[in-house]
Write a protein that binds this ligand. Structure first.
Ligand SMILES: *Cc1c(COP(=O)(O)O)cnc(C)c1O
Length: 375
């Protein structure tokens, strides 16, 4: 059994994917070929935004988004403490300072109350200028945008949505990648919409930001003369081959994979909800289930259950074993576990189970049985 079976999806889409790859090779337009523009148009229309800019990966999508708003030294960037490193690293690498915010344990997403406390503390200290909030749509579930947007308005902050895990998620029928002033996603193979290597995209409704991003992803070239750079950018374009692979994968994603993975989630929840804490999906929200993550009673039980699953050949993962405040790169911040009680609780108790749209009911039953037995 696989944790996320990418090959089952390839088997289902093989003719379209192979044809797309061959067409790119035949065209020799490997950099910013037609499939990139076609994909950008389709993704922008799907999430309901004016522009989509394809870039090299999700990490650089976040970084470029911050660069497009001139975020830098002296700026505070508020993000979740319980996430993949890039949600904060994107700020550090351009000289801004990440401010880590505790989560709500029921959704694993940034706590709006903790966010507001962090903003007030930063203002009171007076060393950094609050600029950006990066809410993370963790495990496929959109962050609490209704509350976070109200806070952003109150303190005049920009929202950069980290939808690397959230593509396909919804709140009240609105899609992920439409919630931030600017939004970023990743096409890393295991994400809800993944390619066959690295890839990412940025979404905006602002024409000037779109133009700046298209320049920044190509080293900062001027629109009129590519050998006259108007600023210092990056080399971060979405590969034509990856765009060609994403086109049929996106169609399957939108047509049936989001529904299929939600059916898998419902089956897990029905079978497990009386024995472990199953994921909460607030009313009006839809998850795209980058992960299906349960909470076990404590670390000892979690580790024991994971070992028992492993013994039966069932893969599971601990996303995440530590908060960002506990990582070496941020040791200099000298942050205390006592300020991140929900992150700590989550790191001790989470277990992510095999999850993907092609998970067979028989295999899912094997996971469920093994987990319940181990308990
Ligand atoms: C994967 C991920 C990223 C980075 O995406 P890459 O394409 O791997 O660079 C950023 N944020 C979150 C929350 C992620 O899960």
């Amino acid at each position: 059994m696989q944790f996320r079976d990418l090959h089952a999806q390839y088997e289902a889409l093989k003719p379209e994917i192979d044809t797309g790859i061959q067409a790119v090779i035949n065209s020799s337009a490997f950099i910013l070929g037609k499939p990139v523009a076609e994909l950008e148009e389709k993704l922008a229309a799907y999430v309901g935004r004016k522009h989509c800019v394809g870039v090299a990966n999700g990490t650089e999508a976040l970084q470029l988004a911050l660069m497009a708003y001139d975020v830098g030294p002296g700026d505070a960037v508020f993000t979740s403490d319980f996430t993949y490193f890039a949600s904060a690293g994107c700020a550090s690498i351009i000289g801004a300072t990440p401010v880590l915010v505790d989560i709500d344990l029921d959704t694993f997403n940034m706590s709006p109350a903790a966010l507001e406390r962090a903003i007030q503390k930063t203002l009171a200290e007076g060393k950094l200028k609050p600029r950006v909030i990066i809410p993370v749509d963790l495990f496929g579930l959109p962050a609490n945008y209704p509350e976070i947007k109200a806070i952003a308005r109150r303190y005049d902050l920009l929202i950069l949505e980290d939808a690397a895990q959230g593509f396909g998620g919804q709140i009240d029928g609105k899609l992920a990648c439409s919630f931030g002033d600017i939004s970023a996603t990743s096409f890393f193979p295991a994400k809800p919409l993944g390619c066959y290597g690295d890839g990412g995209a940025i979404f905006t409704d602002d024409d000037a930001i779109d133009a700046r991003l298209r320049s920044l992803r190509a080293s900062g070239k001027s629109p009129e003369d590519k050998y006259d750079n108007r600023e210092v950018g990056m080399n971060s374009r979405l590969d034509t081959l990856q765009a060609a692979i994403l086109l049929p994968k996106f169609k399957a994603f939108a047509d049936y994979e989001v529904d299929a993975v939600n059916r898998v989630a419902e089956r897990y929840t029905a079978a497990l909800k009386d024995k472990v804490v199953t994921p909460t999906v607030p009313a009006g929200y839809l998850s795209s289930w980058a992960q299906y993550t349960v909470l076990l009673p404590d670390r000892k039980t979690r580790d024991r259950v994971q070992a028992a699953l492993k013994e039966q050949g069932i893969p599971s993962m601990v996303y995440y074993p530590r908060g960002l405040h506990q990582q070496k790169a941020y040791a200099w911040m000298r942050l205390s576990d006592t300020d991140y009680p929900n992150t700590i609780e989550a790191t001790n108790r989470v277990l992510s189970l095999p999850m993907h749209p092609y998970l067979k009911p028989e295999d899912q039953d094997t996971v469920i049985r093994a987990l319940l037995e181990a308990l």
